[in-house]
Write a protein that binds this ligand. Structure first.
Ligand code: ADP
Length: 254
């Protein structure tokens, strides 16, 4: 349902994305991973039509994205960025409802959907009337996710959605997000630079370097059948060994 073919992008003569071809499996989660500056966000922005490719095509729902088709298609794509990307002068509920109201959806339908989504993402009801500055980072991300899901798009793109969160909130949201993706059967593309997160979410992992895809496959493919040494080096570099945990106090006494 979404595919990129030979898509490339340069900025001031510098390659952000070399010609890239990728098909996204419907109803599954594809993770884009790689070091900072390797072109993950560029690829995501091309998928949603926020930027136009220098060459190649992005096809969404059988239709090539063009400046003419992008508006319509964008309603079929939910987009979540780091820290939610919410409008600070609108409450959480207003942020979530913005596009639906703009499109003239009925107020009762909007309210019903907000109630349904706040329950799905486990946002407390009192948070809906608050402004983004008065929400925690985790709550902002939940609101960002609600906004992305408001029109029930088949496709969900998330750009480092958990990057700004503390480890406890991050791990809690990780497991809730995974559950939500599975329940809603969305086609999901998630950008991260964290291999643990890629392994946790990715039905397919796309490892990138310097504007190119190095390998596309399952975690097992990357571990067992690395396309090149870089794959193994990247995975190994991310395994930060923790110091041994101290023995439990009771054990020490025994
Ligand atoms: P990632 O998401 O993997 O960190 P990006 O896709 O944001 O990487 O960036 C890829 C490359 O393109 C980087 O070298 C970045 O500096 C460059 N780039 C991205 N957006 C722009 C832009 N709007 N103007 C100029 N250069 C950009």
């Amino acid at each position: 349902m979404i595919a990129v073919e030979n898509v490339s992008k340069t900025y001031s003569g510098q390659t952000a994305l070399a010609p890239t071809t990728l098909a996204l499996a419907p109803g599954r989660t594809t993770v884009l991973i790689g070091p900072s500056g390797c072109g993950k966000s560029t690829l995501l922005r091309l998928l949603i039509g926020l930027i136009s490719p220098d060459s190649g095509t992005v096809t969404v729902g059988g239709e090539i994205l063009t400046p003419q088709t992008v508006e319509k298609r964008r309603h079929e794509i939910g987009y979540v960025i780091q820290d939610g990307g919410l409008f600070p002068h609108l409450t959480a509920a207003q942020n979530v409802a913005l596009l639906a109201r703009f499109l003239g959806r009925s107020e009762s339908g909007v309210q019903e959907r907000i109630t349904e989504l706040s329950s799905l993402v486990q946002l407390p009801a009192d948070a809906l009337s608050r402004y983004p500055n008065n929400l925690s980072g985790g709550q902002r991300q939940r609101v960002g996710l609600m906004r992305a899901l408001m029109l029930d798009p088949p496709l969900l793109l998330l750009d480092e959605p958990l990057g700004a969160l503390d480890p406890i909130t991050r791990s809690e949201l990780q497991s809730q997000l995974k559950d939500i993706f599975a329940r809603l059967e969305k086609t999901v593309v998630l950008v991260t630079h964290d291999m643990g997160e890629a392994a946790y979410f990715g039905d397919t992992i796309v490892l990138m370097r310097a504007g190119k895809i190095v390998q596309t496959g399952t975690l097992e493919d990357l571990l067992q059948r690395p396309a090149e040494k870089y794959v193994t080096d990247f995975i190994r570099a991310q395994r930060s060994p923790l110091p041994p945990m101290p023995e439990a106090a009771s054990e020490e006494r025994n």
